[in-house]
Design a protein around this ligand. Structure first.
Ligand code: MF3
Ligand code: CO
Ligand code: CO
Length: 269
């Protein structure tokens, strides 16, 4: 398999899928409160995607090789959970941080985005981790343009995470996306500048750094899906779906209420 550059027709469908994905995250935001269960958040997103948007939640029954089918429609990863947390009966409580990861299939094309949410009053450490991880995402995004290399993205993310005293999870990465949920290339969140493949206009992939407050090591829970930090330190993640353009990037997973690029982070001319 190889990396596909999307046609203008495909790009238009991915813009729609991306916006719908962001709108699910906007929709669920007011429900992310102390006392709600992750299962309730999953059900609300599922119903919104299926009944309001007329779309398909990509995670439901998704079964990559070596995994059993994912049983829910979104991922909910709390505190030391790194990613792929499976929604259930657990109630969010004051002080939790939680990542909601949403992937929508619209007209055959995927949009994939995740955000961190703070439940009530969170610790200074938790807030800083979420903010640094958000900056890592955007420091990666602004590297994107035709002619740049994948390693430029990973390097920018790794530098900022490690300078901040955090570590980058190695086992999971961003990914090409289109008619398939996960396709080539793998977008590592660490690396060296000017290494890896050269980006071409029309490529679409996610950037989704997972940053741990402690060590990088992870482990998989008995459910076969939920990933946690081995040292139980907090972990955060943000994700966008990005189109490579001749002059830079277009963030496809944008909506009215999507958080903006931090002012201090810009593409270098
Ligand atoms: N949305 C995740 C990603 O960003 C993948 C989740 S796979 C699932 O790549 F099966 F757990 F939903
Ligand atoms: Co993704
Ligand atoms: Co995702």
């Amino acid at each position: 398999m190889s990396i596909t550059c999307k046609t203008p027709q495909e790009i238009e469908k991915m813009r729609v899928a991306g916006r719908l994905t962001a709108e699910v995250l906007d929709y669920i935001t007011p429900y992310v409160k102390s006392g709600v269960t992750t299962g309730e958040l999953d059900q609300l997103c599922h119903d919104y995607i299926v009944q309001v948007q007329g779309c398909i939640p990509a995670p439901l029954n998704y079964a990559p090789p070596g995994y059993k089918p994912y049983p829910k429609s979104i991922c909910t990863s709390i505190n030391h959970q790194v990613c792929h947390g499976v929604p259930g009966d657990r109630q969010l409580k004051n002080g939790d941080i939680v990542n909601l990861d949403v992937t929508v299939i619209s007209n055959g094309y995927h949009g994939d985005s995740s955000r961190m949410f703070q439940v009530g009053e969170t610790s200074v450490q938790a807030r800083r981790l979420c903010e640094v991880t958000y900056d890592c995402l955007w420091l990666g995004i602004v590297q994107v343009r035709a002619g740049a290399h994948l390693g430029d993205i990973g390097h920018a993310i790794q530098q900022h995470a490690e300078k901040s005293g955090y570590s980058v999870v190695r086992e999971f990465c961003g990914h090409g996306i289109g008619a398939k949920f996960h396709e080539e290339p793998q977008v590592l969140h660490y690396g060296r500048p000017h290494t890896g493949i050269e980006l071409k206009a029309g490529m679409v992939f996610t950037i989704e750094p997972m940053i741990n407050a402690g060590k990088a090591a992870i482990r998989t829970m008995a459910d076969g899906w939920t990933i946690v930090t081995k040292d139980h330190s907090l972990s955060a993640q943000w994700e966008h779906t990005i189109l490579v353009t001749d002059t830079g990037y277009e963030v496809l997973t944008m909506s009215e209420a999507t958080a903006l690029r931090p002012d201090w982070i810009r593409s270098q001319p």
